[in-house]
Design a protein around this ligand. Structure first.
Ligand SMILES: Cc1cc2nc3c(=O)[nH]c(=O)nc-3n(C[C@H](O)[C@H](O)[C@H](O)COP(=O)(O)OP(=O)(O)OC[C@H]3O[C@@H](n4cnc5c(N)ncnc54)[C@H](O)[C@@H]3O)c2cc1C
Length: 397
């Protein structure tokens, strides 16, 4: 098996590395590699500026077709770009939900007018997007959603509530699932609409997560008028469009490079911290745990390479995105748990505390990675998908 990259792709990697070394924001300006806080408007502006800089240099959404602002780059180049951004601890892109979720969905299912209107501003971070799927009674069972959209002339009139809407407090637009036919079977009467977050009748209420950050929100719709031209795909057939976005989301949430980086940080921590008077990395129990985690990281890397090879050869990804999402999110959480155990009573120390490790990000990452196991479809749901669609096992009772 030849796992080396072509000469031209290695050249692309070299150029990208040189560019990143020159242009990466200084540490502290944007908390490189950490998750962005939406509560601080200066950081939000800095994150937008960073995405614009990357875009101008030709490093945003390079896989998109050229006519929509991408470069039609190969999947190998996209992988190299993702790897290098993570390895250099580049700040997370603020427009990720636009670039990785609604953008590709519009390219496949949107009208030409929608592509021209929305795609350029996604790339430049001039418009930030949020995802309005979950509701109080519709999470894993998403098709139970109740937010209603009634047709009135050229508009939909929307009433209802969404919850766990990440980034809604800074978003300009929402891609949203609404029920347009309450009498149809539950998967059939749903439509996918694009909503301007400044429309009268929308209320956004931030929810504080256990990380202490207001990452997601409740969103209420009270007679919100949305032009019918903002429907993506066909009326009542939004389930198909919604699933296309979900597939992109699962891939977005699974980064093997990020997992390896977290693992490297853990190994470095074990080599530095002591346990019972010796380096933690020399303690047999810790060593066993590190070996187990690294084996899981390696297995994940080979699975990603297999997926890359399938994509290059035009083979269907099947349930690959669900496997990636399930394994990497659980692995990230387990790596953080191991770090906290090595740190012992120093583990919970927060940013700015004396003797704090990694600027207090181990406990924060531990909580954040738990959220990632739930967001984008929980582990149990991914296991159901893998069992039923991948292994052909019968549905549970
Ligand atoms: C950090 C974070 C960010 C999020 N961001 C967004 C966002 O931007 N937009 C958005 O729309 N949503 C978002 N969500 C919501 C997320 O998609 C839902 O939380 C998720 O789909 C689970 O739904 P629920 O919370 O209603 O749990 P439930 O569906 O009520 O599930 C509760 C438990 O029961 C289990 N369960 C449910 N059904 C089954 C089954 N059939 N078989 C086995 N087990 C089952 C679940 O796995 C879970 O453990 C986010 C969530 C988190 C944590």
């Amino acid at each position: 098996m030849d796992l080396s990259y072509a000469k031209e792709d290695e050249e692309f990697r070299r150029e990208l590395r040189a560019w990143l070394r020159k242009h990466l924001p200084k540490r502290g300006e944007l908390d490189g590699g950490e998750n962005l806080s939406y509560a601080d408007p200066r950081r939000v502006q800095a994150a937008k500026a960073w995405q614009r800089t990357l875009y101008k240099a030709g490093y945003v959404a390079i896989g998109w077709p050229k006519e929509y602002g991408g470069q039609g780059a190969s999947i190998v180049r996209q992988t190299i770009l993702n790897e290098e951004l993570v390895l250099h601890r580049a700040p997370t892109l603020i427009g990720m939900m636009g670039i990785q979720m609604v953008g590709p969905t519009l390219i496949t299912h949107g009208t030409e007018e929608q592509k021209k209107r929305f795609l350029p501003k996604i790339l430049t971070a001039d418009e930030i997007w949020c995802q309005g799927y979950s509701e109080p009674g519709a999470g894993s069972d998403l098709a139970s959603l109740k937010t209603r959209a009634e047709i009135d002339g050229d508009d939909f009139v929307i009433n209802g509530q969404k919850v766990w809407t990440s980034a809604a407090q800074i978003a300009d637009w929402m891609f949203c699932l609404v029920r347009t036919d309450p009498n149809a079977p539950k998967h059939k009467g749903i439509s996918y609409v694009l909503i301007d977050m400044k429309t009268p009748g929308i209320t956004v209420r931030p929810l504080v997560q256990m990380t202490g950050e207001p990452g997601f929100n409740e969103v209420f719709f009270n007679d919100v008028r949305v032009p019918r031209t903002n429907l993506v795909g066909k009326l009542n057939e939004g389930w198909l469009v919604a699933n296309s976005t979900l597939h992109h989301e699962r891939n977005m949430l699974a980064s093997t490079t990020r997992t390896q980086q977290l693992m490297n940080d853990l190994i470095e921590l074990a080599q530095r911290r002591t346990r019972n008077g010796v380096k933690a990395s020399r303690d047999p129990v810790v060593r066993q745990r590190l070996a187990d985690l690294q084996i899981r990281v390696e297995a994940m890397k080979y699975h990603s390479l297999k997926q890359l090879s399938d994509a290059i050869h035009g083979r269907s990804p099947g349930i690959g995105a669900s496997i990636n999402k399930l394994v990497t999110t659980e692995l990230n959480h387990d790596i953080c748990a191991a770090a906290l155990d090595i740190l012992g009573s120093f583990g919970p120390l927060a940013k700015n505390a004396p003797h704090v490790e990694r600027r207090g990000s181990w406990p924060k990452d531990h909580m954040f990675t738990l959220g990632m196991i739930i967001g984008g479809g929980t582990s149990q749901i991914q296991k159901n998908i893998i069992a039923e669609r991948g292994l052909g096992l019968p549905k549970g009772a």
